[in-house]
Design a protein around this ligand. Structure first.
Ligand code: ADP
Ligand code: MG
Length: 237
């Protein structure tokens, strides 16, 4: 399902966090929201997901106006940098949680959870506790949990941000392959240029609450719209 966030404005007191920002993600696409810290990425993601209200603007998910729907009714999956797993529940139960809450039949839950654990390569770890997983494995569990209830869209806020460089690189390749299998419309927030360039179909560069450029990784890299984008994408020294 497509995502449209059109003409979004958001202030915190006098501070303008988002200044007439628009973002359109076609169905099945993986879009990176890229920019430096404080640029408004998380705020925009939270507005799309219904965790925060915009001052003005419209959010549509699958063409249906969602602006006034609470997060629970938008059918979105979230993954954040610091994932709050249920510490006392197994990996299996963590992934099953959303389905159990929805009172799906036991056999259906079992099948779906095993499918998902296979998808994120954690089928060997179903009985472990989250504390017995590595950081990278935990974020994969978070993705499985977010996907369990078949969300219309997936919203990822720096999901690999707390991990070391090597694991981050592994997970970005892995997220791309996962997305090619699942095709769920995804917005992926990151401040890491390489991550955005390698993982996404399209990149929206956002800085100081404004969209600087929208384009494919190649378009941005070959034709940066302005000095900011050029500097931001340029070689990291
Ligand atoms: P990013 O995710 O790109 O780092 P954020 O969307 O988190 O940026 O924040 C954008 C700006 O809005 C930052 O300057 C931040 O301090 C400010 N901000 C975010 N949330 C709040 C809030 N609840 N109250 C006040 N200021 C906020
Ligand atoms: Mg953020």
């Amino acid at each position: 399902m497509s995502i449209e966030a059109l003409g979004i404005n958001k202030r915190f007191g006098d501070f303008v966090a988002l200044d007439d920002v628009s973002l359109t993600v076609p169905s099945g696409q993986l879009t990176a929201l890229l920019g430096p810290s404080g640029g408004g990425k998380s705020t925009l993601l939270r507005i799309i997901g219904g965790l925060e209200d915009a001052d003005s603007g419209v959010v549509r998910i699958g063409g249906v106006e969602a602006t006034d729907l609470p997060a629970q009714r938008r059918n979105v999956g979230f993954v954040f940098q610091h994932y709050a797993a249920f510490k006392h529940l197994s990996v299996y139960r963590n992934v099953a949680f959303g389905l159990e809450v929805r009172k799906r039949p036991k056999a259906e839950i079992r099948e779906r959870v095993h499918e998902l654990l296979e998808l994120v390569h954690l089928d060997q770890f179903a009985d472990r506790l989250p504390s017995q997983l590595s950081g990278g494995q935990r974020q994969r569990m978070a993705l499985a949990r977010a996907l369990a209830v078949e969300p219309k869209v997936l919203l990822l806020d720096e999901p690999f941000g707390a991990l070391d460089a090597k694991v981050r690189k592994e997970l970005r390749d892995w997220l791309r392959r996962l997305h090619d299998q699942v095709h769920v419309t995804t917005v992926f927030v990151t401040h890491d240029q390489d991550e955005a360039l390698e993982v996404s179909d399209e990149i929206v560069v956002i800085n100081h609450g404004r969209v600087e450029q929208v384009g494919t990784p190649d378009e941005l890299y070959d034709h940066p719209a302005n000095d900011f984008v050029m500097g931001f994408l340029g070689p990291v020294t």
